[in-house]
Design a protein around this ligand. Structure first.
Ligand code: ADP
Length: 633
């Protein structure tokens, strides 16, 4: 078989076609970023080679000086980017350059709006990568060979970025990847030495390998010296430099490289620890949640380096799950170079680094919350729900994490989550010693819950929680700064000193007076309720539902049931407001059947306003209709 026989034409995955089209149209105002993307890939490829060569020196093939080279040809209008990194096998080329394997791809395409400005933002979050070459090139030729394979295993991939690409087997003497961009006529500037240099300095100065270009002598920009190359970047790992020497732009470009993000980060923290355990960390908080935030297989969290050598992506031992939005690097001086994921799991250096890293990130968030309220609000909007997993996962830092929480509250008129627990405590009433909250499955359900009536009357603030994670989170959060949390929809409501003697006596009297009614209702409702009792929570509604202190909120029970989970049968208590005209009317009802119907309707109503689910909705409707009809008689 000849080498030619291997040439074949393959179609791009549909998503790749969509992505290419979108990218060429939406990124044309910032074309130069293609260089950053390709250099970033080349640098990753060299990192991978260096790592694999730790256990197999032969992969270096006698050339261990890793570098990136850029060649320009003005006449042919080409830009060629060469790396001596790991390279790709034929299968890898098909997998990496013909398809998008990223998790979250489907969500990404669903999120597209057709509005170019908005879609350009989205594409940034998704990461443009290799395909960005087509922003400036109408043909791309990639030739690659995996390190350690024979020269005859070279692969040439070529495409005009439309429907398909060709693939052929070629001879390639050196390992690594060479990408030739055949520039569009309008983009000829990327074949000019000074232009490309300035782009490299702008975006890729932090790349730790040398990026070499042909030397140009002063006054002779056009005449590159054929064989003389020089590094055009500073080629030192950014994090090894001291903070004072690194500009914001450099931090930002480094972020885009490690996080594969196209947008600027929200904040960063760079830290060097020296002593028995020496390491450097550089962490970033992104501006936007990635599409795959809830995907268990997502990658690209924290990169681990040992003594400047890249070891692995997504070292999940370095950051707890509730901080999974953090991106960045850790470079340890103490770990062995041959460290594996297994070793990381039980390593005391890692344990120390992780504890220190959590402290740094929480500290960064704390200072942001104090000094940059708007930024913090942005953070909270994107990642608050993730941080709420903290109390369950990180008992040690529970209080610190809780201090970072922001809630919607009856203190606000809308659903903005901006009330901290400290704000709440600062506004507590005389005699109040609990932090009151309610959980519901929507903000409206929380805000309009009958349970809040007495709190409105007394002017006591209640936190309104309607994120799905809230009910679960609160089961791990029992107190904050010595004040315990109390759900207003659970247990016996104890307003303590905030209820005066007269109110207590009135309640007792009304309970005594209503004894007969309470018993009749309990008989009518039977097993549906634990108890029927007189309330002191309500001022406007006839009744409400209360679950026991340790039980799950009614709305949560519904969510679990709908998700097909088994929910233990928990009997709620029905609390009634004897002052309400409907309850008074009920008390006066002598027809037992009608009393019965009426009691059930009240019970079902209480269940509905609690966000619960009726066991028998049809009966509720027919009873209600009966009652409405009786009004017309
Ligand atoms: P990303 O870099 O976000 O993974 P890309 O589309 O840029 O997405 O690249 C896809 C994959 O192709 C990379 O993850 C890598 O495996 C491979 N790749 C790209 N460029 C190179 C290169 N120069 N050398 C080796 N592999 C590469």
């Amino acid at each position: 078989m000849t080498v030619e026989a291997h040439k074949e034409t393959l179609g791009f995955q549909t998503e790749v076609k969509q992505l290419l089209k979108l990218m060429i149209h939406s990124l044309y105002s910032n074309k130069e970023i293609f260089l950053r993307e390709l250099v970033s890939n080349a640098s990753d490829a060299c990192d991978k080679l260096r790592f694999e060569a730790l256990s197999d020196d032969a992969l270096f093939e006698g050339d261990s000086e890793l570098k990136i080279r850029i060649d320009l040809d003005k006449d042919a209008r080409t830009l060629t980017l060469i790396d001596n990194g790991i390279g790709m096998s034929r299968e890898e080329v098909i997998e990496n350059i013909g398809t998008i394997a990223k998790s979250g791809t489907r969500q990404f395409f669903e999120a597209l709006t057709g509005d170019q400005a908005k879609d350009a933002q989205l594409i940034g979050q998704f990461g443009v990568g290799f395909y960005s070459a087509f922003i400036v090139a109408d043909k791309v030729t990639l030739t690659t060979r995996r390190a350690g394979m024979g020269a005859e295993h070279g692969v040439r991939w070529e495409s005009a970025g439309e429907g398909d690409y060709t693939l052929e087997t070629v001879e390639k003497a050196t390992r690594g990847t060479e990408i030739v961009l055949h520039l569009r006529e309008d983009d000829a500037e990327y074949a000019e030495n000074y232009r490309v240099r300035s782009v490299i300095r702008k975006y890729s100065d932090h790349i730790s390998l040398p990026i070499e270009m042909q030397k140009v002598s002063y006054g002779e920009e056009d005449k590159a010296q054929a064989d003389e190359y020089e590094a055009v970047n500073s080629a030192s790992a950014l994090w090894t430099r001291s903070k004072g020497e690194i500009s914001d732009e450099e931090y930002t470009e480094f972020y885009k490289h490690v996080a594969h993000d196209y947008q600027e980060p929200l904040a960063h923290v760079h830290n060097k620890v020296e002593g028995t355990n020496s390491y450097t960390s550089l962490f970033y908080i992104p501006k936007h949640a990635p599409f795959d935030m809830w995907d268990r297989d997502r990658r690209n969290g924290i990169k681990l380096y040992v003594k400047r050598v890249f070891i692995m992506d997504d070292a999940e031992q370095l950051m707890p799950t509730y901080l999974r939005f953090v991106k960045g690097i850790v470079d340890s001086d103490d770990l062995p170079l041959n460290v594996s994921r297994e070793i990381l799991q039980h390593n005391r250096h890692i344990e120390n680094i992780r504890n220190g890293s959590v402290k740094k990130v929480l500290g960064l968030l704390e200072s942001m919350s104090k000094n940059e309220a708007e930024k913090y609000a942005e953070f909270w909007g994107e990642f608050g729900v993730v941080l709420k997993e903290g109390p369950a996962e990180d008992n040690k830092n529970k209080e610190r994490i809780a201090k970072l929480f922001r809630f919607a509250s009856t203190h606000n008129s809308d659903n903005t989550q901006n009330v901290s627990l400290d704000d709440y405590i600062g506004r507590m009433k005389d005699g109040q010693n609990k932090i009151y909250y309610i959980t519901a499955d929507s903000f409206a359900a929380a805000k309009n819950s009958p349970h809040l009536e007495v709190f409105h009357k007394k002017g006591i603030e209640v936190l309104l929680m309607s994120d799905r994670v809230d009910e679960w989170m609160m089961s791990y959060l029992h107190e904050f700064e010595g004040k315990s949390f109390q759900s207003v929809a659970k247990g016996d409501l104890d307003l303590g000193a905030m209820e005066d003697q007269a109110e207590k006596e009135a309640l007792e009297k009304s309970a005594n007076d209503s004894k007969g009614l309470l018993e009749r209702m309990k008989t009518a409702l039977g097993d549906k309720v634990e108890e029927v009792r007189v309330t002191h929570r309500l001022t406007k509604s006839p009744c409400c539902m209360v679950v026991a202190e340790q039980d799950m909120a009614v709305s949560m029970q519904k969510i679990l049931k709908q998700a097909g989970h088994e929910v233990p049968n928990m009997k709620p208590t029905l609390e009634i407001n004897p002052e309400h005209p409907l309850v008074k009317r009920l008390d006066a009802e002598t027809d037992e059947d009608r009393f019965n119907d009426w009691s059930h309707v009240l019970f079902d109503q209480a269940m509905l306003s609690e966000g619960g689910q009726l066991d028998d909705p049809a009966s509720f409707v027919s009873r209600l209709n009966e009652l409405m009809l009786s009004l017309t008689k």
